[in-house]
Design a protein around this ligand. Structure first.
Ligand code: WT7
Length: 658
């Protein structure tokens, strides 16, 4: 097929927008792992037997006695009595099967330097790192923070923790040092693994020096392990800080993998909720691994001997945990891992790497697809992408136009697309097309995977056969979060309190169409999804008001063509504060408190916010203003005139930007 661009591409996309659904290409369907929709009924007939069969794909030191204990909902226990080691399943079993030389990762650095990481190499490094951590006094149950860029050591560090039963707590590199401190404090981390500096667009950005000052108040934190990455000098505190290469060199190279209880914590990962305090999502071992391996193999139709898989996420998000590290490694896959940004050193770097490594399965986020669209089809068209056979999307609803562009320009019209819906909490993909079976509709995540039950319900919890409502999950599933770390009450309150203790309330609105297919509409809580990254309005507000002489702030989401949603902050200064030039300072302050990703796109200064007579901020009205919608009833406001002035201000701001 010839490559499309410009008007011809536009024309083709317009034409395809009228096509309702896209069945898998016959050749794909013939060779797919799932060829037959009957697996759905099979799983439905006996869900526990289905999950047992999936768990049997892993290597257990001891098989479980009882598949599920749901006697105390919403606290689930899966594969009770089973013992298993995550790193054994990712590494040892492949090495023992003679696959030590198989490539686990084609790693590529920002400057184009490549490293080939085999299963055998990872196996050796992980054992050394595991012993090195043990020598520092880290044992089963001790939390280890990981704040690393996309370098090979991040995978080694995660698996070394898993090997010795020390739950890891990875913090995305885009978060600030203060955000790291908070997450280390909440999880009572005993050690933190970080780097001297990270490469960012050709420069070395200091990391250890930034983190250092924030760690002194943590009395539980005994060690900081520093990976020498760029050779940038950094402060090292005697007795507390050690170099990664030194402790690995001194470590015993053999660390046998010991089985842990299936419900032993594997990791905690913080994500944003509706309050300013991030939630520590806790995942345990046996169930999480089961779903990670199951979904990675079947949703991506993985044939480990032939495929080259690339998930472009960062390991700091759950997508990276499940589909860069645990899923692919358990399945013995060969993956690509890229250190840099999608437009560094140039806007065709992803496609250059796809061609170079013969990538067959590519998994990314809608926001990235839209960015690529805006750079033009000429960039991917420079490269031979004919090795690709399946594409995936995750993180936010994908608009049909971006779906079609992805399908045509990247997939050459021959690759099925899996629009995968899931969350940090669910641990693994829950709703997705079955690539060899489902006729996918652009913009719909379609149906729950075999073994999963999802429903769209009304405000009373009654299922809606067609129409809009709340998305819920009805049955426990193996990779469900077990609790919020050290906060079981908030766990119950947040997810299981609306329709009873056995209905998981996802926090997304969704529409069920006449065919029974699900369309995710977005969050219903005060969570903003910027480029597929979850941020809490309360967290951003609290960062803004911590700036000197800011009286009040209200943060809402605004639709954005590129990032899906963007942050708009309405901010009230204390009397007498000169707000000239203050926008940048507030943004900088937010970058320090949370991270650059939380900086508002727009800051609107106002002497007051729309409030009810009892003083409650009417966020609904602010959202209407931000979206330029017709304003609803404003008569309940204490000061109705405020609305006109805010509407004017935001219009003026948008005008300035254009
Ligand atoms: C929220 C979870 C799961 C990895 C990335 C985000 C939104 C996720 C989709 C999709 C529409 C999606 C939801 C969800 N979301 N995937 N395919 N279609 N929306 O993980 O940070 O835990 O965010 O992302 O709103 O609740 P997360």
């Amino acid at each position: 097929m010839s490559k499309l661009s410009g008007d011809a591409l536009e024309h083709r996309l317009e034409e395809l927008l009228r096509t309702g659904s896209f069945p898998p290409p016959p050749e794909f369907a013939q060779n797919a792992l799932w060829k037959d929709p009957s697996v759905v009924a099979q799983a439905e007939a006996d869900p526990l037997a289905w999950w047992e069969a999936q768990a049997d794909a892993l290597d257990w030191e001891r098989r479980w006695d009882t598949v599920l204990d749901w006697s105390d909902p919403p606290f689930a226990k899966w594969f009770i009595g089973g013992r298993i080691n995550a790193s054994y399943n990712c590494l040892d079993r492949h090495v023992e099967a003679g696959l030590g030389d198989r490539v686990a990762f084609h790693w590529v650095g920002e400057e184009g330097e490549a490293r080939t990481l085999t299963y055998g190499w990872l196996h050796q490094e992980v054992q050394k790192a595991a012993n090195a951590l043990k020598a520092l006094g880290i044992g089963a149950g001790d939390v280890v923070g990981i704040y690393l860029p996309m370098i090979p050591e991040v995978v080694v560090a995660m698996l070394a923790c898993a090997r010795i039963g020390a739950p890891h707590n990875v913090v995305f590199g885009g978060f600030s040092a203060e955000a790291v401190r908070e997450r280390m404090e909440f999880s009572e981390a005993k050690a933190l693994i970080t780097v001297d500096a990270a490469r960012r667009r050709g420069k070395a950005a200091p990391v250890k020096a930034e983190v250092d000052g924030h760690m002194t108040s943590l009395d539980r934190l005994e060690h900081i392990v520093v990976v020498r990455n760029t050779g940038t000098e950094c402060p090292m505190t005697e007795g507390r800080d050690v170099w990664w290469d030194q402790i690995l060199a001194a470590a015993d190279p053999v660390c046998p993998a010991e089985g842990f209880d299936a419900e032993h914590p594997l990791y905690v990962l913080y994500t944003s909720g509706s309050t300013a305090k991030p939630k520590g999502i806790l995942h345990t071992t046996g169930g999480y691994l089961t779903c990670a391996a199951y979904t990675h193999r079947h949703v991506f139709d993985l044939k480990p001997e032939q495929d080259v898989f690339w998930c472009s996420a960062d390991v700091g998000w759950v997508t990276g945990h499940t589909y860069i590290v645990y899923g692919p490694l358990m399945n013995g896959a060969t993956s690509v891992m890229y250190e840099g940004a999608p437009d560094y050193p140039h806007r065709a770097i992803w496609w250059e790497l796809c061609e170079r490594f013969g990538v067959t399965i590519f998994y990314t986020a809608p926001t990235a697809i839209r960015a690529c669209m805006s750079w033009g089809a000429e960039e991917p068209n420079k490269h031979d992408l004919s090795s690709l056979r399946l594409l995936g999307s995750v993180g936010e609803p994908i608009n049909p136009k971006a779906w079609l562009w992805y399908q045509q320009v990247i997939g050459g019209g021959r690759c099925p697309i899996v629009d995968t819906w899931w969350q940090t909490e669910t641990g693994a993909i829950m709703i997705s097309p079955m690539p060899g079976v489902t006729a996918a509709k652009p913009g719909s995540a379609m149906r729950p995977l075999p073994g999963i039950t999802a429903d769209v319900v009304d405000n009373e919890g009654n299922p809606i056969s067609e129409g809009q409502g709340l998305l819920v999950i009805r049955r426990p599933w193996p990779s469900m979060l077990r609790t919020l770390y050290k906060d079981p009450d908030r766990y119950v309150e947040t997810y299981w309190n609306r329709f009873g203790r056995d209905v998981y309330v996802v926090g997304d609105a969704a529409r069920m169409d006449a065919d029974g297919d699900i369309w995710i509409l977005g969050r219903i809580d005060d969570v903003i999804n910027v480029s597929g990254h979850r941020l809490s309005t309360a967290e951003v507000e609290s960062a803004i008001v911590s700036y000197p002489h800011v009286a009040e702030a209200a943060v809402v989401a605004q639709s954005d063509d590129l990032t899906g949603q963007a942050i708009v902050a309405f901010v009230t200064p204390e009397e007498g504060l000169d707000t000239d030039g203050l926008d940048d300072k507030i943004r900088e302050h937010i970058a320090e408190v949370i991270g650059k990703l939380a900086r508002p796109k727009r800051i609107i200064w106002t002497h007051d916010l729309p409030k009810t007579r009892s003083g409650k901020i009417m966020r609904r009205l602010l959202r209407d203003i931000a979206e330029g919608r017709e304003l609803g009833d404003v008569t309940t406001l204490r000061d109705p005139t405020i609305m006109a002035s805010l509407t004017e201000r935001i219009a003026a701001r948008q005008h300035e930007e254009d």
